[in-house]
Ligand binder design. Structure first.
Ligand SMILES: CC(C)(COP(=O)(O)OP(=O)(O)OC[C@H]1O[C@@H](n2cnc3c(N)ncnc32)[C@H](O)[C@@H]1OP(=O)(O)O)[C@@H](O)C(=O)NCCC(=O)NCCS
Length: 161
């Protein structure tokens, strides 16, 4: 069984923070725009600060195994940088565990965040910045209705919601 949970300092395990670190700065480091790598301790502090602020809203996709009923983090994404002038959020840090990709998990998580931004946050637009060479991510975004606005080295995609 899979579920998507809004993450906070109260419900995030250190193991999940370590996973996010590993995806972001090891497995998927070339997929992101910024390539600087913080230490694990710096990342823990950064994430805990993000989770304590209202500016960034992090979500985790968890999978519960029938055998031991332990929920393990298999993906994450975040809504941040609210711009009240255009009622928009940026969506970023979308990552699915390398062992769980190509099974609809990215679609599930992205769809959930779009609905959350629309219904809970009353946003009108979602903006994503993605590297031009990240073809799988671009395919996913355009599949869910995002359109390319700036066609530079970094694509800017938008979705009116
Ligand atoms: C991008 C990412 C989140 C997609 O997650 P996912 O769970 O594999 O996505 P899904 O299984 O829902 O597939 C979504 C779409 O991506 C494309 N896709 C997925 N895996 C693919 C593959 N191996 N080859 C080609 N296209 C693929 C397909 O178009 C697919 O839609 P479809 O199956 O309806 O055709 C995941 O690959 C990832 O974590 N990548 C590294 C981090 C990253 O690039 N994040 C985005 C930064 S902007």
């Amino acid at each position: 069984m899979k579920k998507i949970i809004k993450m906070s300092n109260k419900n995030i395990a250190l193991e999940s923070i370590k996973k996010i670190y590993s995806w972001r700065f090891i497995e998927y480091k070339t997929k992101f725009i910024t390539e600087t790598k913080p230490s694990l301790d710096e990342h823990v502090l950064f994430l805990k600060k993000q989770l304590s602020e209202k500016k960034s809203i992090w979500f985790g996709l968890f999978e519960e195994t029938i055998k031991n009923k332990i929920s393990k983090l298999i993906g994450c994404a975040c809504l941040y940088n609210y711009d009240k002038t255009i009622s928009s959020y940026e969506l970023g840090r979308l990552m699915i565990d390398p062992l769980s990709t190509s099974r609809g998990n990215g679609t599930k998580l992205l769809f959930f965040l779009i609905e959350y931004a629309k219904k809970e946050l009353k946003a009108k637009r979602i903006i994503i910045h993605v590297r031009k060479d990240n073809l799988i991510a671009i395919k996913l975004y355009t599949k869910l209705g995002f359109t390319i606005k700036d066609n530079d080295i970094i694509y800017k995609l938008e979705l009116e919601i």
